[in-house]
Design a protein around this ligand. Structure first.
Ligand code: THU
Length: 162
């Protein structure tokens, strides 16, 4: 038996330390959260996906009275990007959050299902996706690859017979 350790890497910063393009992407995510349909949680999430062709796709969480039928902002944006531009790689995804009910002082932490979907696109395109998580206090947490958000991710080779 052997204990093994893994190392994850992320950058903690203020929004002003980002490049102009990345600040703009975060601003897009902030605007996108205004389109959230979140009557049940009051938790508004905006997501902005930058593609390699320069296109930006925005998404926001869309809730449903049958709770599991709703979808997170990250998946709304990524699935639309995949459907609209199936062959274009995703460079960066920015996610921002605001609550109607309480003060949010921390960055949004994407749910496991959204991390798995990000991981799928990263695997599909064989190129890292940068993830920028933004708080209403303008702090950001940056992961340069989804691998750092989802260690031991389930990948397509695991489905194949050896
Ligand atoms: N939500 C997102 O849109 N993204 C996340 O990363 C976490 C949670 C949404 C789902 C639901 O509409 C609300 O936030 C509360 O969970």
């Amino acid at each position: 038996m052997q204990e093994k350790k893994i190392q994850l890497s992320f950058i903690s910063a203020h929004i002003s330390e980002l490049s102009e393009n990345e600040q703009q992407l975060v601003e897009n995510a902030k605007s996108a959260l205004k389109t959230a349909y979140a009557p049940y949680s009051g938790f508004l999430v905006g997501s902005s996906v930058l593609l390699e062709n320069g296109e930006i796709i925005n998404g926001s969480n869309q809730e449903n009275v049958a709770y599991p039928s709703g979808l997170c902002a990250e998946r709304v944006a990524l699935f639309y990007a995949g459907a609209r531009y199936p062959d274009i790689k995703v460079k960066t995804i920015a996610v921002s959050v605001l609550s109607k009910n309480f003060e949010v002082n921390d960055v949004i932490s994407p749910c496991g299902a959204c991390r798995q979907v990000m991981a799928e696109y990263e695997d599909k395109q064989d190129q890292s996706i940068k993830v920028i998580l933004h708080s209403p206090t303008d702090e950001v947490l940056i992961a340069n690859t989804v691998e750092d958000l989802l260690p031991f991710m389930f990948k397509s080779p695991l489905l194949k017979k050896h």
